[in-house]
Design a protein around this ligand. Structure first.
Ligand SMILES: [Zn+2]
Length: 347
C-alpha cells in the first residue's frame, strides 16, 4: 500500500465532523512520546562528519525535529541517549556525556520553542505557554559503568528515565540478546532500582530479557514503564510484551509506549491502522489507562505508512476517532497515561 492510497483512505473514512473532532482533541491533548533516538543525529562526531541535522531545522531526513514536533502536536518528547555497545564502557560514558551536552545545547538554541524538563509541573508549564518539552533518558546502562555514583551524577544532569539494558548484558540486568534461561536482575540492579525510587527516576523495561522483566515486576514497588514496546500477541516479536507482562505492568500502574518499528507492528507491512490495532488490543485487555506512545523515531528503519515522521502523529488520533474511542480515552493514550506515571515518579 503506498502513501497516497493510504492518505486517501484516511480522508475518506473521516467525515468532516470527525476530522474537526480529531484535530481539536489532538490539539488539546498533552501528547507525550517516551522514546526517540534523535540525539544521535545531532552528534557532530557521527561518522566523522559534521552533524547533518539540527533540532530547530526541519529536515527531510529521519523522523523528528522541533518543526515536525510542532506540526505533529508532540508536546513532550523523551530524548534517549543510546550508547549501546558490549565493550568499551568508558567510551559509552564519554558518548553519554557528549549526548547530554548536545541535548542542552540544542535546547538552548531553540529555547523559544522547547525547554528541557525534569518534572510534570515543568511539562505542563511549557504546554501552557505553547512550548514543547524535552525529557532526557538513558537507553542501556552501559554509560553507568556499574556505579551508582554515576547514576546519581546523571540524575543531577537531568536524566529522569533509564533502561538497564539495550539488547546486551550490563552490570544491572540482561537484555533480549543476552538472555539465558537463568538470566537475572543482578544485586546491583536491585540496588539501582532502590536508588532510582529514592531519587525519582522512571524505570524503563523495554529491551530487557523476559526473565529480567519478571524480576523487576517482583522487586519493583510502584509504576514502571516499557517506553517503546507493543503487544506480542498482535505481533510476535521478543521486544513486544506478552499478555502476562501487560498485566504485570498494569498491576504496577505502569504504561507501555507504542513503538512504530515496522517489525514490532506487523509481519506484513506496517501502517498507522496496524499500530492502532495494538492499542485496540491492549485497551480491550487491560483498559485505556496503560498504553501510550513511544515512537522510537530515528531509531527505526522505514516508518509505518501514515506515520512517516513526527508531523504525522495526528493520524493516530484520526484513527482512534474513526474507531469511536471516547475523547477522554484518546487523551489518556496520547499522553495522559505517561503523564500519570511521570507525576507519580518524578519529584
Ligand atoms: Zn530501543
Amino acid at each position: 500500500m503506498d502513501v497516497m492510497t493510504f492518505e486517501g483512505i484516511v480522508m475518506v473514512k473521516l467525515s468532516k465532523r470527525q476530522e474537526a473532532e480529531a484535530m481539536r482533541i489532538h490539539g488539546e491533548a498533552l501528547v507525550v512520546d517516551t522514546h526517540c533516538d534523535t540525539l544521535m543525529e545531532f552528534m557532530p562526531q557521527r561518522y566523522g562528519q559534521p552533524s547533518a541535522r539540527k533540532l530547530g531545522q526541519r529536515s527531510d531526513k529521519g523522523h523528528l525535529d522541533l518543526p515536525r514536533m510542532k506540526e505533529g502536536g508532540v508536546d513532550c518528547q523523551t530524548f534517549a541517549m543510546y550508547t549501546g555497545r558490549r565493550e568499551g564502557q568508558p567510551d559509552a560514558l564519554l558518548t553519554a556525556m557528549q549526548m547530554t551536552d548536545i541535548f542542552y545545547r540544542e535546547m538552548e538554541e531553540n529555547e523559544e520553542g522547547i525547554v528541557p524538563v525534569t518534572s510534570v509541573r515543568e511539562i505542563l508549564a511549557a504546554k501552557e505557554v505553547g512550548k514543547c518539552s524535552g525529557l532526557l533518558s538513558i537507553e542501556g546502562g552501559e554509560p553507568l559503568m556499574g556505579d551508582l555514583g554515576v547514576l546519581r551524577n546523571f540524575y543531577k544532569l537531568g536524566v529522569r528515565m533509564l533502561s538497564f539494558t539495550w539488547n546486551w548484558r550490563t552490570p544491572f540486568a540482561d537484555g533480549q540478546a543476552a538472555s539465558r534461561t537463568e538470566s537475572k536482575l543482578t544485586d546491583l540492579g536491585v540496588k539501582a532500582i532502590e536508588e532510582m525510587d529514592r531519587l525519582g527516576m522512571v524505570l524503563d523495561t523495554s529491551h530487557l530479557s523476559d526473565t529480567c522483566f519478571w524480576d523487576i515486576a517482583d522487586v519493583k514497588k510502584g509504576p514502571f514503564i516499557a517506553s517503546h514496546s507493543n503487544s506480542r500477541v498482535i505481533c510476535d516479536h521478543k521486544r513486544n510484551l506478552t499478555d502476562d507482562m501487560l498485566q504485570a505492568l498494569t498491576d504496577h500502574g505502569g504504561v507501555t509506549g507504542m513503538n512504530f518499528a515496522p517489525d514490532f507492528i506487523s509481519k506484513d507491512g506496517a501502517t498507522v491502522e496496524k499500530l492502532v490495532d495494538h492499542i485496540d488490543y491492549i485497551v480491550k485487555r487491560i483498559g485505556p489507562d496503560h498504553v501510550g506512545l513511544g515512537s522510537d523515531f530515528d531509531g527505526i528503519g522505514t516508518p509505518p505508512v501514515g506515520l512517516e515522521d513526527a508531523s504525522k502523529m495526528p493520524n493516530i488520533t484520526r484513527e482512534l476517532v474513526r474507531r469511536g474511542y471516547a475523547e477522554e480515552d484518546i487523551k489518556k493514550i496520547l499522553g495522559g497515561n505517561h503523564l500519570r506515571v511521570l507525576g507519580q515518579v518524578l519529584k
